[in-house]
Design a protein around this ligand. Structure first.
Ligand code: HEC
Ligand code: HEC
Length: 347
């Protein structure tokens, strides 16, 4: 398993570094010789929408029976050793797909080590987890089920428990010829998660050509996101989720914060390579206004804090309050739509 993936581990970071250098140098050169206010004011609509961020497709084609079964499993505490914790305990779908806690609380009130990312749009991440240790949504599921700090179970127990429940025997039997198996459980849950996409954010309406979908302040925030170079890391459909990068590129975040934990080592824990120390998957920023606190260590309580920290440690900038407010205004336009999130859209 490890040997098979070595090629990928080498190629992906190299590709990532290459992309960042190419895009980054493009944006950095535009910063060095221009006043950013001017860039923000003069970038044309065509330039802004032709960037490296793409709108989320309106529809994904999925087998509805698997989506429904996957939803039942996702919200079912039978998957945990204690029968008390489901995926949705930590990934609350009406609450941005997170638990809102600095670190998650799993079986027997045990606390984990990192902040829970959202499950919305996780289908668009090139890897799963902060350190990217799972290659796919299917692989990711082994993590929580077997983790002593999350669901504290094992697959034999899960299969035995689900097999005692007639509705599951029937649902699995109808969809999958071989019934309740580890692969089929993973397939159903992963398929459900692929349905958790949030199209039609105001920003996507803008990208699709509706100039009035965002306000002038939000547009200026997006122009800063471009000109400062945030977009060299946060890009693609998920406005992130397609690169690995060090946290602390321009300044040493971890030295300043102190008390380094194993979780802070990031991708180093996966590859054991010195250059991967403190390297993380760049998180997607879709629905970011709904998912405080921020960063793997939950060190930023608000979006303003997170933006300030990113400017300082990733770009070497001390952003003033106005820039932070504009960037936050832009980030707030990334909130999309999904029936499960609908509570958020009332009122
Ligand atoms: C006890 C809380 C808890 C439970 C229960 C839990 N998760 Fe998570 N989930 C987390 C945390 C914390 C992380 C981040 C772990 C890391 O990156 O090391 C995470 C990460 C993820 C990710 C990766 C997202 C990304 O952007 O990298 C997905 C997908 C996910 N969980 C889905 C699930 C599914 C499916 C289940 C049920 C089988 C589940 N989780 C159960 C807390 C939980
Ligand atoms: C060199 C790459 C890079 C650049 C440039 C960058 N980021 Fe990030 N960003 C990251 C990484 C990596 C993380 C995850 C850090 C962690 O928690 O370990 C992150 C995390 C974030 C988060 C928190 C996401 C979450 O779910 O907790 C926000 C918000 C954010 N960035 C916004 C910005 C903004 C705004 C800018 C520009 C001012 C920016 N980033 C520039 C790489 C980058």
């Amino acid at each position: 398993m490890l040997q098979k993936s070595i090629g990928v581990h080498v190629i992906v970071p190299l590709t990532a570094i290459f992309i960042v250098i190419v895009i980054g140098s493009f944006y950095l050169s535009s910063i060095s010789n221009t006043d950013t206010e001017t860039t923000a004011a003069t970038a044309t609509f065509a330039e802004l929408i032709d960037g490296p961020i793409q709108p989320i497709p309106f529809a994904v084609t999925l087998d509805q029976r698997r989506v429904t079964l996957g939803r039942d499993l996702f919200t079912d505490p039978r998957l945990s050793g204690s029968g008390t914790i489901s995926c949705s305990t930590c990934h609350d779908l009406v609450n941005g797909g997170i638990d809102g806690l600095p670190v998650s609380v799993g079986i027997d009130e045990r606390t984990g080590f990192v902040n829970a990312p959202t499950v919305y749009n996780s289908a668009y991440n090139f890897r799963q987890f902060w350190d990217g240790r799972a290659e796919s949504l299917e692989d990711q599921i082994d993590g929580p089920v077997n983790n002593d700090f999350e669901m504290g179970s094992d697959w034999d127990t899960v299969i035995a428990t689900l097999s005692q429940h007639a509705p599951y025997l029937e649902a699995f039997g109808t969809i999958y010829p071989d019934g309740i198996t580890v692969d089929n459980i993973k397939d159903a849950i992963a398929t459900f998660q692929r349905s958790l996409v949030t199209p039609n954010s105001r920003f996507d309406q803008y990208l699709r050509g509706d100039e009035s979908a965002i306000t002038e302040a939000e547009r200026r925030g997006y122009a800063l996101f471009h000109s400062y170079g945030c977009i060299s890391c946060h890009q693609g459909i998920n406005v992130g989720g397609n690169l690995f990068q060090r946290f602390g590129i321009m300044r040493d975040y971890f030295a300043d914060r102190g008390h380094i934990t194993p979780a802070d080592l990031g991708r180093y824990n996966v590859t054991g390579r010195e250059e991967d120390r403190h390297v993380f998957k760049v998180p997607g920023l879709r629905n970011i206004a709904l998912t405080a606190p921020y960063f793997h260590d939950a060190s930023a309580a608000t979006l303003e804090d997170a933006v300030q920290t990113m400017g300082f440690y990733q770009l070497g900038l001390s952003l003033d309050d106005e820039d932070v407010a504009l960037l936050v205004a832009f980030l707030e336009t990334l909130t999309g739509e999904h029936p499960e999130l609908s509570v958020q859209f009332e009122g």
